[in-house]
Write a protein of this length. Structure first.
Length: 374
């Protein structure tokens, strides 16, 4: 059955392959070779033509009993920064990075569990239905890989995204909607010591705009953040350009719209105040979903979690994932917690027990499908 030693070895190998967003190619090659050694069909999808990455999404097919409901598992290959040169240590059941990097359990824990699932099904010749796994690129940049899947040819009955924070057993049933706001301030350069009065400082316009904004947790449904500000060329030059990037998330579409407009107004008014120009681009990062407790994908996940000896817990989160894209495309999908702790930080970790538990849940999902209980 599940081999914890093999599972941890796979995870460590995955974690130590650089795969920051848009640089997932080496990881994809490793996974393709791993699957090929088991005789599993893998291909790179059409997203390679659309995304500025060095690979597309990986589509893994493991055909089985055609009378059984089709299952899709999804995880993402990219990591956030700092994700280069990751070194992993395993001590007292805890897996974490050595040094000044993330670990990459987000989302290589999900990938490791999928690979171990295939190992178990393949070598123990366990009967199963049609299983597909999609490993996406650029999830951390707004689920770009998931948005470029060929959905016309994607055939599945239920989907399980393996990308949730917290102990295995968590089932994310509700997420907010996210708007991403990008702005470029355009001023006029000048020598800051000789003729500052003829310059228009784009950094000043941006900082004034940010100081006017309501940011952080605005209420129980809404958050807002400015996460990037970049501009200027030298301390003695009035900055002619400054770039700002932020977001708004809310469970309320009305509040999302109101807060997005508030930020845009701050950007526009601050530019106008000093005679600068600002170009603003607002895009939908992801659309929220709110699944009902009687949703079939939730029922499957809950039963699988119980059979794995755990307690299911329905969770609301402020984060987004590829599950948002799947639900928006009409595919019944839930995001499952993978056991990762403190993702997107140098304190990120996961335990061997959680990795094993996650794989057990996936195996139970496959068994439930085989029993035609869905």
């Amino acid at each position: 059955m599940i081999d914890p030693i093999r599972l941890v070895k796979t995870f460590v190998e995955l974690a130590q392959i650089n795969s920051e967003s848009f640089k997932e190619g080496k990881l994809a090659t490793f996974i393709v070779n791993k699957m090929a050694s088991m005789g599993i069909d893998v291909r790179v999808d059409i997203s390679l033509e659309q995304i500025k990455s060095d690979t597309g999404n990986l589509i893994i097919r493991f055909p089985g009993n055609k009378s059984v409901p089709r299952i899709l598992f999804m995880a993402h290959m990219d990591t956030v920064s700092p994700g280069k040169g990751i070194q992993v240590m395993v001590e007292n059941d805890v897996i974490q990075s050595v040094g000044d990097t993330i670990l990459g359990a987000d989302d290589k824990a999900g990938i490791a569990a999928i690979i171990e699932l295939v190992e178990v099904l393949n070598y123990e010749r366990i009967e199963h239905g049609d299983i597909m796994a999609i490993l996406t690129v650029a999830e951390e940049k707004g689920s770009i890989g998931a948005k470029n899947i060929d959905y016309k040819n994607l055939k599945t009955d239920y989907a399980f995204v393996l990308d949730g924070e917290g102990p295995v057993g968590g089932i994310i049933t509700q997420t907010p909607t996210q708007n991403i706001i990008k702005a470029k301030f355009i001023g006029k350069s000048a020598h800051s010591g000789i003729s500052p009065e003829i310059g228009i400082n784009a950094i000043q316009a941006a900082s004034n705009a940010i100081s006017r904004m309501k940011l952080g947790r605005l209420d129980e449904e809404t958050t807002a953040n400015i996460g990037v500000i970049r501009g200027g060329t030298s301390f003695n030059v009035v900055a002619s350009e400054t770039y700002v990037e932020g977001e708004v998330r809310s469970f309320s579409m009305e509040k999302l719209k109101t807060q997005t407009e508030h930020i845009m107004d701050c950007l526009t008014e601050s530019a106008k105040d000093i005679g600068a120009e600002v170009k603003i681009n607002t895009v939908r990062g992801f659309t929220g979903y709110n699944l009902k407790p009687d949703n079939k994908a939730i029922a499957i996940a809950s039963e699988a979690i119980k059979k794995a000896g755990l307690t299911p817990k329905l969770v609301t989160t402020g984060g987004g994932s590829d599950a948002n894209v799947l639900n928006e495309k009409g595919i019944d999908a839930v995001n499952l917690a993978t056991g990762m702790v403190n993702p997107h930080s140098k304190d990120e970790s996961i335990t061997v027990k959680e990795l094993e538990s996650l794989t057990k849940v996936l195996l139970e999902i496959v068994k439930i499908a085989l029993q035609n209980k869905i």
